[in-house]
Design a protein. Sequence first.
Length: 239
Amino acid sequence: MNTNLDLFETLPRQCAPQSGPDFDENIFDSYGKKERIANADNIMHYFESRLRAAGYRSIAGVDEAGRGPIAGPVVAAIAILPPDYHVKGLYDSKAITEKTREEIFALLTSDKSVGWAVGIVDNHEIDRINILQATYKAVYQAYSSLEKRPDFILNDAMIIPRIEISQKKVIKGDAKSASIAAASIIAKVTRDAIMRDYDQKYPQYGFLNHKGYGTAAHIESIRRHGYCEIHRRSFKIDI
């Protein structure tokens, strides 16, 4: 493991700011989930610190929640953290507890030094344009809502059309980048709250428990009650 963040920031002399740095993602092999959650050696800022060393100053992370469910919206979030910003537990939203997610969400969204925004695309639009395009649309909404735009975006496993600044696709990025992890938490907590509200409106479907995913219980409730207003009709299921 590296014990000095300066090692992450060392760049070849010939690397021009506009070209972006090289990334050695093999570095993450030395850090398991426990070490990343603890941000050992500032590992969750590897991408951000390399980018700052290359001349980028405002770096955003992007992630989404809700691509897989058969009901409800897809929610995207974008987050811009101050240099080396970290709070305990900042990691992939799916890998931490609901209590931790809620606590970190409150910290992120109340901190004036953190830039963030969300985009929400409902099930009707998902059915109209497909889930991939709806995800892109949600991200673009979030990006367009920022008060100050970033000069580089780290995305969790996607490149977003129509955003004409430098981007990098990071596979499993919410477990490797603090910025993407922050966006992951903001997106998931926002969508979970929406689905809790829908559970009040449509209690027979159990949205509180499965958040719209196609669990056996959810599919059985559709067999019994039919589709409701928030189901994605373009997502084919065996009923």
